[in-house]
Structure formats: structure tokens, C-alpha cells
Design a binder for this molecule. Sequence first.
Ligand SMILES: [Zn+2]
Length: 215
Amino acid sequence: MAQPSSSGAAADQVQPPTGTDRVPAGTGRAFRLATGQSIEVIPPDGPQLADMWAFALPDTAEHLSTEHTRSCLDRLSPRVGEAFYSSRRRAMLSLAADHSPGDHDLLLSACDQGRYDLLGHTAPHRNCADNLREALAAEGLAIDHVPSPVNLFERVVPGPDGELTISAPQLNGGESVVLAALIPVLVVLSACPMDIVATNGDDCTPKPIDVRIRG
Ligand SMILES: [Zn+2]
């Protein structure tokens, strides 16, 4: 197991390919999409989660809701061609393509300082909840609660007795998902800084997330 770090971010970052934005390991960024634009989310270096939130524009009080999505679809997560729904039951983002094994979790919370405290790392640690707050602050926005994220690429398998089995993402690097905006949205992605348990692979090393916006 890797030693916990205070940053949770990999030290060395290479440049992403031309036409691709990069969310550095352990950090978060916001991306604005007009209706019809799409965002491709790519873990370039292998196993790595991308916690994702989406907020309607211009009224960001409406946000992607994992519970409303499950309720609208009667499924744990959307299939290709289906949508992620808002807290007002509007289709916000469609899952346009999935070039990954298809593991995306809509059950677990974002990591936060409390998660690291419980793991024994009581010093400040970067976390997805703060990454969301920082990414929104950069857009001049603030929130008073952290919505449940879509944990892209996280493998969480419910058992018949209700137990959840969580295992490292099965990614080699370069797989992706493509999400298409059905309404104007602000998408926030956090390259999860977890480096204590194998959320981001058995190497317990946070990695970047690459992003391509089209349309
Ligand atoms: Zn996280």
C-alpha cells in the first residue's frame, strides 16, 4: 500500500495530446457545455476514477441527481443511449458512447476529509468534495451541500444480500466515455485523489483525467 500523502497528487504530469484538456491528478475542473456539445472523459494512464457532477445553466440549483436518475431509469446506472437526470427529473446528459468496461457507480458518495479521517489520515488530504467546491469557486459559484456524484469508471457490484463489492477499475489507459449535453450544463470532474485504498488501482496512485469537448 502506498504511503498516504498530503497532496494525493502525482508529482509528474506529462502534457495531454493536442485538443485535449487535462484535469491533473488529484484535482478538479469545471467545463461548460452548450446543448449538443459532448465531453469525452478519458483516464489516459490506466485505473482512475472521475467523480462527475453536472449543474444546469443558468440555474445551477438544478443538478444531476443520482437518485433521480436511478428512479427515472429503474436501473443502477444508464446504458448507452440513456440519460442522467436532474433533481427536477430533466434529462441533462446522455451516455452517448462507452469505450470502457462500463463500470460507473451512482451509489457511493464523493471522498471527503471525513473519509480520509476514517482511514487514519487525519491531516488535510485533497478530496473530491473539496475539488468540486474549488472548481465551482473558479466559476464564481458556491454550494451548501455536495450532491452525490457519478463515479465514472468505479466498479461497485451489489451482491444478492445487499453487500457492495468495490474493486479497482479494470482500465489499461485510453478507454473513455462520451456524454452529450441535452441542456446547457456545467460539468465538474474530479480526478479522485484517493491514494490509501485501491479506488484508483492497485498501485494506489492518483492519475490525471483527460477531456475532449466536441460540437
Ligand atoms: Zn475521490
